[in-house]
Design a binder for this molecule. Structure first.
Ligand code: NAD
Length: 260
């Protein structure tokens, strides 16, 4: 598959799953708009690494909690590249706490970054996508878009919402040669997961090792963490012409978690 001539915007691509997707898309020739937080020198190293593969790689520091910054990022992308062909809504955060202790500002941030940001990127990117008559919208949801876990009320609400949102835009764009799908990973060992081990241990009153074995991998029947490359592989498939009739779908990569 060649994605040469296509432009991909991957939100939250300075780390973890988003970075793996950016690398996979660049390897197929797509120009990249990177986004996310991090040390400027680390971000520049990622940008350089991608450019060294022969694609264009640009970076937007837009905060996915801020609709105006999202608008500017997408509008600049359309201005500079003539459109965004592949839009990957990946930026996400987590907070683990019982609902009665859940800080309202964390609730608002999770809903803004994990759900509303996708609404904003899509609404600004879609007119140019429709005009070009080709597009791929890939929303990184979670097994938590399909099933719940305790102490993750905001995350579960946002990811269930993202799944519903994706289905709706899949129908709206079905006759424009645009697909919209969610990828629903189980536990992938990225900073987002590493950072919640201590909080989950505290919330459940168990050790960190018990969190890994009895909470995270308990749900995954393969007893293996998903890798970022495995998620990126599904994103690549969704960009292929073979996948033109895959739209409105939730593609699980969760070691059997949601089959049970
Ligand atoms: P990560 O922490 O490694 O990466 C998150 C990325 O989002 C980073 O680049 C970060 O800078 C960026 N980000 C966070 N807040 C932002 C903001 N306000 N504006 C712009 N960028 C922001 O996490 P990850 O595990 O790679 O998660 C990526 C996505 O995958 C998330 O949506 C997450 O919910 C989802 N997911 C992760 C797992 C997992 O087990 N790791 C499982 C299912 C779904």
């Amino acid at each position: 598959m060649s994605l040469k001539g296509k432009t991909a915007l991957v939100t939250g691509s300075t780390s973890g799953i988003g970075l793996a997707i950016a690398r996979a898309l660049a390897a197929e020739g797509a120009d990249l708009i990177l986004n996310g937080f991090g040390e400027p020198k680390n971000i520049e190293a990622i940008r350089q690494e991608l450019e060294n593969t022969g694609v264009g790689a640009f970076y937007s520091p837009a905060d996915m909690a801020k609709p105006e910054e999202i608008r500017t990022m997408v509008e600049n992308g359309i201005r500079d590249f003539g459109g965004i062909d592949i839009l990957v809504n990946n930026a996400g955060i987590q907070h683990v706490a019982p609902v009665e202790d859940f800080p309202p500002e964390k609730w608002d941030a999770i809903l803004a970054i994990n759900l509303s940001s996708a609404f904003h990127t899509v609404r600004h990117a879609l007119p140019a996508m429709k005009q070009k008559g080709w597009g791929r919208i890939i929303n990184i949801a979670s097994a938590h878009a399909l099933v719940a876990s305790p102490y993750k009320s905001a995350y579960v609400a946002a990811k269930h919402g993202l799944l519903g949102f994706t289905k709706s835009i899949a129908l709206e764009t079905a006759q424009n040669n645009i697909t919209a799908n969610t990828i629903c990973p189980g536990y992938v060992f990225t900073p987002l997961v590493k950072n919640q081990i201590a909080d989950t241990a505290r919330a459940r009153g168990i050790t960190e090792e018990e969190v890994i074995n009895d909470v995270m991998l308990k749900a995954q029947w393969t007893k293996k963490f998903v890798t970022v490359e495995q998620v990126a592989g599904i994103a690549l498939f969704l960009c292929s012409e073979t996948a033109e009739n895959v739209t409105g779908s939730a593609l699980s990569v969760d070691g059997g978690w949601t089959a049970a």
